[in-house]
Design a protein around this ligand. Structure first.
Ligand code: HEM
Length: 512
């Protein structure tokens, strides 16, 4: 459950008192305001407890929330409203309606809600890409990422770094597989994905001890629900211990990141030890000026928040997808065999590794990755959106202060588009079979990266990482189920929708 039960009554009482106070104030001050919410034709939804809304929601875990929403959508239709205390949340489950909102009306539906509670601090007051409102700051930060370190030429300059991370990962898996025991791969691939992003962020390979420390602090800050964002005024008081812990972690993060940022500041040329040019995310941020804030540079706190966002947004999403894909390859040996055949056909049986240049020739590999993202999108919702101004949509009012979200997983499981949607069948992506544009700009058939103006800016990088690692991991090893154990595809929600029982496989080196 999201909240420990013993705190619920307290929050209930306090919100009730606040709501009562607000209601009385509205009644006394402004009779018109009182009637507007009744008149306003919001999307339909379940009846609410006066002043408190659908308070029962707080007792549900987020996974329950998804199945609860599925039932509500069946009853109320593809767009619906839920309320918790003062917050209004609108959910859209239908892919053409999502297209209409995020693509056709993209300029209206791309704002973000105000950051409250601890997230005000972790985002340096909304000075990160994912949290910034739809405006010039967001544009400057996002453009800096996309045309800087995510520019294809810059991504290419990190190919040696990827090779190195891959060889480390393969070495670790080999070591474990040599024992003959089943191998747990999650932590290994998580660390590998994290190292890839660390290099791009700070422009250097970090000592393992530093990398582990950063990984640890990033993870500790993600764990646990930040109640202060739901009830900013009272959460800080009720959860004082957690609040103080978060502040302490933020300070630790500062201490870890600052010397790494300073090292980039001090160096004059973007060169690594073997003389090749490496331009990092931090380098781009250090050059950046904020036109709407008098052309000032980013503060140290903002640099820390942006680096932290980069690492967080990219690690668990890619790791989770990679784990789901490998799990399906264990579960479906026929798919794995077909993939290995394709790879060997392109790179030859003797080749040391699958190089990045080879990936474009591997259509079945791409189909396997796409099927993994469709069947198991790492996040089942997008980051909450809001509208820039109150507007009418599909005959309903969408208020400015409502958060809007989209049922990402549902879109990829729509039976009207996908035959037998819950089956893992990469073939559906072959020969233009599903004719899928993953950016959803023409039509949404799946949206694991979101769509429209807020679409994940790392889409191409994430696809590269997934294809490169899947190809090399199946090329190097045969992945088999552990004797008498089925691969369990149940889900659990952490920061992303992960495997409830992390993948455990019998891994055998392939003969060449
Ligand atoms: C398989 C891997 C990934 C998946 C499935 C994924 C998915 C997503 C989704 C669903 C969103 C929200 C879109 C919205 O709010 O409408 C998003 C946003 C974002 N992602 Fe990713 N992501 C992945 C990898 C990455 C990586 C590797 C990075 C960076 C290193 C990254 C950085 C971001 C950022 C900065 C945003 C915020 C964009 C904005 O608000 O304008 N993501 N991603």
């Amino acid at each position: 459950s999201i909240l420990p039960a013993n705190k619920i009554w307290l929050i209930f009482l306090i919100s009730f008192s606040i709501s009562l106070y607000v209601a009385i104030k509205l009644l006394l001050n402004s009779p018109n305001n009182n009637t507007t919410s009744k008149k306003r034709n919001l999307p339909p939804g379940p009846p609410t407890i006066p002043l408190l809304g659908n308070f029962q929601l707080l007792k549900k875990s987020v996974l329950d929330l998804e199945s609860f929403l599925r039932k509500l959508h069946a009853k109320y239709g593809p767009i619906l409203t839920l309320r918790v205390g003062p917050s209004t949340m609108i959910f859209i489950s239908d892919r053409s309606m999502a297209h209409k909102a995020l693509v056709q009306n993209g300029s209206n539906f791309s704002d973000r809600p105000p950051a409250l509670g601890m997230s005000r601090i972790t985002t340096s007051n909304q000075h990160t890409i994912s949290s910034a409102g739809y405006g010039s700051l967001w544009r400057v930060l996002r453009r800096n990422l996309v045309s800087g370190v995510f520019h294809p030429s810059c991504v290419k300059s990190y190919s040696q770094g990827r090779e190195w991370v891959l060889s480390q990962l393969i070495g670790e898996i080999r070591q474990d597989s040599n024992t003959g025991e089943p191998v747990f791969v999650l932590e290994k691939i998580q660390y590998a994905m994290f190292c890839l992003l660390l290099q791009m962020c700070f422009g250097q390979k970090l000592e393992q001890s530093t990398a582990r420390k950063i990984e640890d602090i990033q993870r500790r800050m993600l764990v646990g629900f930040d109640i202060s964002s739901l009830f900013p005024k009272i959460g800080k008081i009720i959860y004082r211990k957690r609040w103080n812990e978060l502040l302490q972690m933020r300070r630790e993060k500062h201490e870890l990141f600052t010397p790494l940022i300073k090292a980039r500041k001090d160096q004059k040329h973007f060169q690594n030890s073997n003389g090749t040019c490496v331009f990092s995310y931090v380098d781009s941020l250090l050059c950046l000026e904020l036109p709407d804030e008098g052309g000032r540079k980013l503060t140290d706190g903002e640099l820390v928040s942006l680096c932290s966002e980069f690492l967080t947004a990219g690690t668990d999403t890619t790791t989770t997808s990679l784990q789901w894909i490998m799990a399906n390859l264990v579960k479906h040996p026929d798919v794995q065999a077909k993939l290995v055949d394709e790879i060997e056909g392109v790179v030859g049986k003797e080749a040391e590794e699958v190089r990045e240049e080879d990936l474009n020739k591997l259509q079945y590999l791409k189909a396997v990755v796409m099927e993994g993202l469709r069947r198991h999108p790492p996040t089942h919702f997008v980051i909450p959106h809001t509208v820039s101004e109150e507007l009418m949509f599909e005959g309903y009012v969408i208020p400015k202060d409502a958060t809007i979200n989209f049922m990402v997983a549902e879109m990829g499981w729509d039976e009207s588009v996908w035959d037998d949607p819950m089956a893992f069948r990469p073939e559906r992506f072959l020969d233009g079979g599903a004719n899928v544009d993953i950016t959803g700009s023409r039509e949404i058939k799946m949206m694991p990266f979101g769509v429209g103006r807020r679409i994940c800016p790392a889409l191409n990088l994430a696809m590269l990482h997934l294809q490169y690692f899947v190809a090399n991991l199946v090329r190097e090893f045969e992945w088999k189920p552990v004797k008498r154990e089925e691969v369990d595809l149940s889900e659990k929600l952490e920061f992303t929708n992960v495997m409830k029982n992390p993948l455990k496989a019998k891994i055998i080196e392939r003969k060449r």
